[in-house]
Structure formats: structure tokens, C-alpha cells
Design a binder for this molecule. Structure first.
Ligand SMILES: NC(=O)c1ccc[n+]([C@@H]2O[C@H](COP(=O)([O-])OP(=O)(O)OC[C@H]3O[C@@H](n4cnc5c(N)ncnc54)[C@H](O)[C@@H]3O)[C@@H](O)[C@H]2O)c1
Ligand SMILES: [Zn+2]
Length: 362
């Protein structure tokens, strides 16, 4: 029998532990995986968006048919992450009659996942959520760790909860339909993991460069598995992001979130994170905690992947205001995650407005 290679990563969080499965074809095994994990599950709601529904809706529904699923389709993209959509989804869950032993299955990228996870976390005080991420970013990042969120007009992800999934199924095969720009965006987060935690992973991407953007199954399975393992270790040590450990995962996100908000998400999450990593790295260079060579390797890799490393035209002052409104800002002080090398633990530092402005103006 041709048994496809499967990676599994367990996130150890006591009662809230779960498994991340990584392999090709998992979409066909959804109900089997859910039934093993959630004994006595009473019903199932699929939350997806228009685009993903057209691509995989039938397959997902067929796979989940033993659970008699009903489907909730939300608008595409970041715009769906609103309070209004949350209310609508919750309403549909009620109309569908999902009870406290029901499960929400989020089928889509980080946008679908963040909204569906949030809705599941507040519905009847919280029911199970299962992720079937369909973007690289969803597989390596947003599907893992239990952060859920919708946006507020004043900023990104300002409304949300911690709600760990019961199961994450990363079906690599679903990436074949993903547009190149979205794949690139996901690779920004992969590079992030390499920089903050795994020089071997960084090297692997440098070496596999030509195969990466073809989303070649064996390479991607390995990469997704490695990223999932890295993220899990951070989550296990600091589930609620209070000890400054999980914060390392926000490398590139301080400026990244501001760019997303200021460009009203025209710049994608991963694209913004790539730019944010470069700004954080410049600050680290400035402070003398990062070597030129490591800066260059990172900048080169991002460029090879096809990510833009220069900022879009944004007034530095506006950027600074946005940074002050971010939820990572504490008492008016802006916290940066600064790299100290490739695969070396980053440092958390409060950076003064002067230094930030100086680097932004460069
Ligand atoms: N919760 C977390 O810990 C966390 C972590 C990182 C990012 N996020 C959030 O994730 C969001 C970004 O997620 P994303 O990058 O996955 O974007 P996305 O969910 O908006 O998806 C990007 C685009 O790809 C389309 N798409 C999805 N899967 C596809 C497929 N298989 N084939 C073809 N098209 C497909 C989508 O419809 C969308 O148009 C942001 O809102 C970000 O804040 C959350
Ligand atoms: Zn991110």
C-alpha cells in the first residue's frame, strides 16, 4: 500500500492538548479524526468562505457527512473578521441547532479560522473548534495556538479570545490551488520561525528555494511539520502570552500589524510581517545585537521568495501612531521583538519613538 507520509505534532496543554496532523489527503479523513477526538459529538457546522467553498465545499461536506454538517459561508478575506459577521455566524449556529457538544469546523485560511474560532469560543460559552487550514499561513501559524480574533476599526485583532482547537488537520494537497501571492505570504511566517528558533529550517528554505513555490508535497510536509512543532513549544510554555515567551512569535508583527491596518489589508498579513521583520532587524542592527551577515541572509531569503522588503509609502508619524494603538503596546511603550541571529532566541525590548522614527525614515 502506498502510505503517504504523515507528520503529527502534539500540543501538550493538559486538558486542552491536541494533535496537529500534517499530510496529503487529510480532508478525506475529517470525520474519522473528529470522532476519535470528540466522543459523543452531536453535530457539526462548517464555517468557510465563498472561494474555499467553491473549491472544496463538496469534498468537505462529503467527508463530514457522518456528522450531518450544515454550512455557514462568510465573505472572503480579512473584511470578514468583524463583530457583525461574528453575530451572524453565532445566529446561524443557533438556527442550525448546534448544542454544547457540537463542533465548528473552520475550512479556510487565517481569516476564516480567526472568525470561526472566535464564534466557537463564545457560542454557548464555548464549543469545540477544529481547523482545516487551506493556506500555508493557516497551517504554520493561525491554526495553532488558540488565538481567535476579529478586527476593530481602530486596529487589527483587538477583539478576541484564547480558545484552543480540538484538532488541526493540515492537508498539504489543499495548497495546490493557493495563489502564489498567498503562498509567499505564508512563507514569511516560515522564515520567521527559522530566524527566531531554527537555523536548520532557515537553511532548508535557503537550499530548497526552487522547490518551495511549487508547493512540492514532501518539502512542504516537512516545513509545515517543523513550523507546527516550533510554534507548539512556544504555546506550551506560555499559552496566554503573559510570560514574554510566546511574544517571540510576534517577531515582525509589531510593524506588520500597523502596515496591515494602515493599508486596510491591501498588504497581506505575511507580506506585512516580512516588512516588519526587516524593520525590527534594522533596529537590532542599530543596537548592535544583530550581525550584518545575518541581516543580509534574511533579507536575501525574503527577496528570493518574492516578498517585498521595503515599506509601502506611509508617513512615519502615522506609523508611529498606529504602533501606539497596537495591543502589544503597554502603557504607551512600544515593544519590539529583536532578532539576535539566525535561529537564536530574540530579545524583547521597549524601543523609543526616536529610534523607531529614525529607522522608519531611513
Ligand atoms: N490566530 C492566530 O494566531 C493568527 C496567526 C497568524 C495570522 N492570523 C490571521 O490570519 C489572517 C490571514 O490568514 P491567511 O493568510 O490565511 O489569509 P486568508 O484567510 O484571507 O486567505 C487568503 C486568500 O486565499 C484564499 N484561499 C484560502 N485557501 C485557498 C486555497 N486552498 N486555494 C485557493 N485560495 C484559497 C482565501 O479565500 C483568501 O482570498 C489574518 O487575519 C491574520 O491576522 C491569525
Ligand atoms: Zn503572523
Amino acid at each position: 500500500v502506498n502510505c503517504p507520509k504523515e507528520n503529527t505534532v502534539v500540543v501538550n496543554l493538559g486538558e486542552r492538548s491536541y494533535t496537529i496532523h500534517v499530510s496529503d489527503g487529510l480532508v478525506n479523513r475529517l470525520s474519522e479524526l473528529i470522532l476519535i477526538r470528540l466522543h459523543g459529538v452531536t453535530g457539526c457546522a462548517i464555517v468557510t468562505n465563498e472561494i474555499v467553498d467553491n473549491l472544496y465545499g463538496k469534498k468537505v461536506e462529503a467527508s463530514l457527512s457522518p456528522l450531518k454538517p450544515f454550512k455557514i459561508v462568510i465573505p472572503d478575506g480579512e473584511e470578514a473578521k468583524t463583530w457583525a459577521q461574528t453575530e451572524r455566524v453565532v445566529g446561524e449556529l443557533l438556527l442550525g441547532g448546534l448544542d454544547r457538544k457540537g463542533v465548528v469546523v473552520a475550512v479556510g485560511g487565517g481569516s476564516v479560522g480567526d472568525l470561526a474560532g472566535f464564534a466557537a469560543s463564545i457560542y454557548l460559552r464555548g464549543i469545540s473548534i477544529v481547523y482545516l487550514p487551506t493556506t500555508l499561513l493557516g497551517m504554520v501559524d493561525s491554526g495553532i495556538g488558540g488565538k481567535t480574533a476579529v478586527n476593530h476599526p481602530l486596529g487589527k485583532n483587538l477583539i478576541g479570545t484564547f480558545h484552543q482547537p480540538s484538532l488541526v488537520a493540515c492537508d498539504i494537497g489543499l495548497l495546490r490551488s493557493l495563489p502564489m501571492t498567498e503562498l509567499r505570504s505564508g512563507f514569511a511566517e516560515v522564515v520567521k520561525y527559522g530566524v527566531i528558533a531554527d537555523s536548520g529550517l532557515f537553511k532548508l528554505i535557503e537550499e530548497q528555494e526552487s522547490r518551495l513555490l511549487k508547493a512540492e508535497s514532501t518539502v512542504i510536509t516537512e516545513i509545515v511539520g517543523r513550523c507546527a512543532a516550533i510554534k507548539s513549544r512556544f504555546i506550551e510554555q506560555d499559552e496566554h502570552d503573559l510570560k514574554g515567551i510566546r511574544a517571540a512569535l510576534n517577531y515582525g508583527h509589531t510593524v506588520g500589524h500597523a502596515i496591515e491596518t494602515l493599508t486596510t489589508h491591501v498588504v497581506r498579513h505575511g507580506e506585512a510581517v516580512a516588512m516588519g521583520m526587516i524593520i525590527a532587524s534594522r533596529i537590532a542592527l542599530d543596537l548592535g545585537i544583530l550581525k550584518d551577515r545575518d541581516f543580509e541572509r534574511q533579507e536575501h531569503l525574503l527577496k528570493v521568495i518574492g516578498l517585498e522588503t521595503r515599506l509601502p509609502p506611509i508617513e512615519p508619524k502615522l506609523m508611529l501612531d498606529a504602533l501606539h494603538r497596537d495591543k502589544k503596546a503597554e502603557a504607551g511603550r512600544i515593544l519590539f521583538i529583536l532578532p539576535t541571529g539566525i535561529g537564536a532566541p530574540p530579545k524583547l525590548r521597549i524601543i523609543s519613538d526616536d529610534i523607531i522614527l529614525k529607522v522608519l525614515e531611513e
